[in-house]
Design a protein around this ligand. Structure first.
Ligand SMILES: O=C(O)CCC(=O)N[C@@H](C(=O)O)c1ccccc1
Length: 385
């Protein structure tokens, strides 16, 4: 495909309710979307114009990771998108063609900025697949047409409100509950949910790196509640400490922030720092790297599930496709659009019998609804060679 232009569009979408984690409270989602426009050659026929969408999962503030939306926008505008036009150090070769499979290598000279790179690769991949007519799920190797939906529950103002929120999600049919925890909001909320809803509810917790090894005694108290896993209890770069903690608690440790690549996943597994891995395509640099993490974990007998970053329907569609790969044996954070948004920029993803349906159309299988997209757009930049 030959890329003829790229739009970098920033959207701001209000959340249906404040979402509180150990690192802060979100009331809206600022996201940078990438729209790639190109011409796709086809054998024995005229090239066709194609376009594809990518979503950058970097948050507005660098609190989950060191990337943030405005920074990602700048890196894409100045350093990543020009490479798609052949202006990078390695160029695109004589025909100026680019494939999604080459994007990561072409962007490798830029250090880090995995979420920005992932969004660019995702847009090129979507455009490429819309040109060939293949779905993202089909391309990645999806084996299911629907995926079990878990839901992420933020820190609540009180235990009573937590019980109401969890009860509502269970009534909607969610198959797994993830509770955000932080020091001072951990054992009590977990105990209350277990007492109210029983032992049969699939339950896990996510600390977003809020604890240290000195908190091992508190974290060990969570062993009493038969949790599926405890997600990222310690800091992103505390790999050795997570391995030490794994020897002190019986709840399986799942890593999120720490797993920035397939190599990081291999190291964490080899060091005993992770028994489960949360795969987020944006965090590892793209859906192709996400599939490599999946393949590596599957080979090592490590269960994986698909994490979420409050994506719009674009990222949600891609996550549903990823979560349909065979190694995704645990319900992920691929919830319905209305978990976060009253109005999604795509046709909303809805919960059906506790599952989210994997799109089957070409590429992502969804596209923004123009008037809804325009209503939440705060900035748009058009770049061309
Ligand atoms: O379902 C979703 O999209 C959100 C899932 C979720 O809890 N994401 C968490 C996380 O740490 O994984 C998060 C929240 C806010 C910002 C970044 C990440």
């Amino acid at each position: 495909m030959k890329i003829t232009g790229v739009e970098l569009r920033t959207v701001r979408m209000p959340l249906v309710s404040p979402f509180t984690t150990s690192f802060g409270t979100e009331t809206d989602r600022l996201a940078v979307l990438v729209r790639v426009v190109g011409k796709a050659g086809r054998p024995h026929s005229q090239p066709v114009e194609v376009q594809g969408w990518g979503e950058c999962v970097a948050m507005e503030r660098p609190l989950y990771s060191l990337e943030y939306a405005a920074g990602a926008l700048e890196v894409m505008r100045r350093f990543l998108v020009p490479v798609l036009f052949g202006q990078g150090p390695t160029g695109l070769g004589p025909d100026g063609e680019i494939t999604a499979e080459r994007v990561a290598a072409l962007l490798e000279h830029v250090v880090g900025h995995r979420m920005a790179k992932a969004a660019v690769e995702m847009a090129v991949l979507d455009a490429q697949l819309r040109g060939t007519g293949q779905s993202l799920g089909g391309y990645l190797g999806a084996e299911r047409h629907r995926v079990p939906a878990g839901v992420s529950v933020g820190v609540q103002p009180s235990i009573r409100e937590l019980i109401d929120v969890v009860g509502d999600y269970l009534a909607q049919g969610y198959l797994r509950i993830k509770l955000k925890i932080r020091p001072g909001w951990d054992v009590d909320p977990v105990e209350a949910v277990r007492e109210r809803f029983g032992d049969r509810v699939a339950l896990q917790v996510d600390a977003n790196a809020a604890y240290t090894l000195a908190d091992a005694r508190i974290l060990r108290r969570l062993d009493a509640f038969d949790l599926l896993l405890i997600e990222q209890p310690l800091a992103e770069d505390d790999i050795r400490q997570h391995a030490e903690l794994a020897r002190l608690i019986s709840t399986p440790i799942c890593l999120d922030e720490s797993i920035v690549s397939a190599r990081a996943a291999a190291d964490a597994i080899a060091l005993g720092a992770a028994q489960v891995i949360n795969i987020k395509a944006g965090r590892v640099g793209g859906y192709l790297e996400a599939r490599r993490v999946h393949d590596l974990c599957r080979a090592g007998g490590i269960a994986v599930w698909c994490g979420g970053m409050l994506e719009t329907g674009l990222g949600r569609a891609a996550n549903a496709a990823l979560a349909a790969l065979p190694g995704f044996t645990l319900p992920g954070d691929v919830s319905a659009s209305d978990r976060f948004y009253a109005r999604d920029i795509t046709t909303p993803f809805v919960l059906a019998d506790g599952h989210i349906t994997v799109p089957t159309g070409p590429g992502l299988g969804v596209a923004p609804i123009q008037d809804v997209l325009d209503a939440v757009t705060v900035d748009s930049t058009w770049l061309q060679p």
